[in-house]
Write a protein that binds this ligand. Sequence first.
Ligand code: CP
Ligand code: NVA
Length: 310
Amino acid sequence: MELRHFLDLSDAGGNAIAAMINDAQDRKAARAGWPKGQADADAPLAGHTLAMIFEKNSTRTRVSFDMAMRQLGGSCFILEAGTSQLGRGESIADTARVLSRMADAIMIRTDDHAKIEEMARHATVPVINGLTDRSHPCQIVADLLTVIEYGKALPGLEVAWLGDGNNVLHSILEAAALMKFNVRVGVPAGYEPEAEFVDMARSAGVQVPVTQDAAEAISDADVVVTDTWVSMGQAHAEEKLAAMVPYRVDEALMARAKSDAIFLHCLPAHVGDEVSEGVFEGPQSVVFDEAENRIHGQKSVLLWCLGKLD
Ligand code: CP
Ligand code: NVA
């Protein structure tokens, strides 16, 4: 089998993403009410080990990959930049070759997307993107699962993104290209997503209007998404924060979306900045379902990477 890296959603493609979501739904339903650390009945990754490298902070990604491996019957270990030889300058290439001898897959969260590409070039086991400055594909598998759980079909869905044109938006745009939904991007001038991702979605035939008008972007949306205004590794610039204020998802903006629209946020949230407390805690917010779905989504990503899911 060809080595299956998961650096971005396109590595898997639309059919595999659909299979991942189906499998995640089935596995989630089959273990409802079980203790969270109990392995699934088929324990499909028994004997398998995941190496996780964190060069940036994480709560959800770290815990959900750990719990995903437990539920699949496998195990994992964590390398932190500060306490491993990576932090003292050992190369990505050598680290990739060593970890490939000691683990069955590698998950890495890093600031520089080039590092994960370098890891994939030298690893002989699958490499999974646990977030880079460019993209966050595992988050979007969980987000799509959440959207489907709330009864919304992906083709033709109207997703609105408000705020910073960041790594999470990039992966949403990639998902839009693969799963054929539209994304209205409401961002201030100078904070647009990279054109490569907008073009990718538009060339796949989906609509991606990019506007500075937050009300226009959110009107009649089925799904409303935002994220922190300052991603990890970015400077806290007063000018940027000021530019973002009109894009805060508050009750007045949310009222413009469809009445059954859901609100997503990958978390951690900065309530009062990118989202008002009323929306974050309100009935349309499904952010904790979304957070739980990181486990179920991660399991599907791992199964696909290790050739147990097509
Ligand atoms: N959403 C997400 O990736 O969360 P963490 O940064 O806590 O992993
Ligand atoms: N855009 C955020 C996502 C955190 C999960 C960041 O990169 O910090």
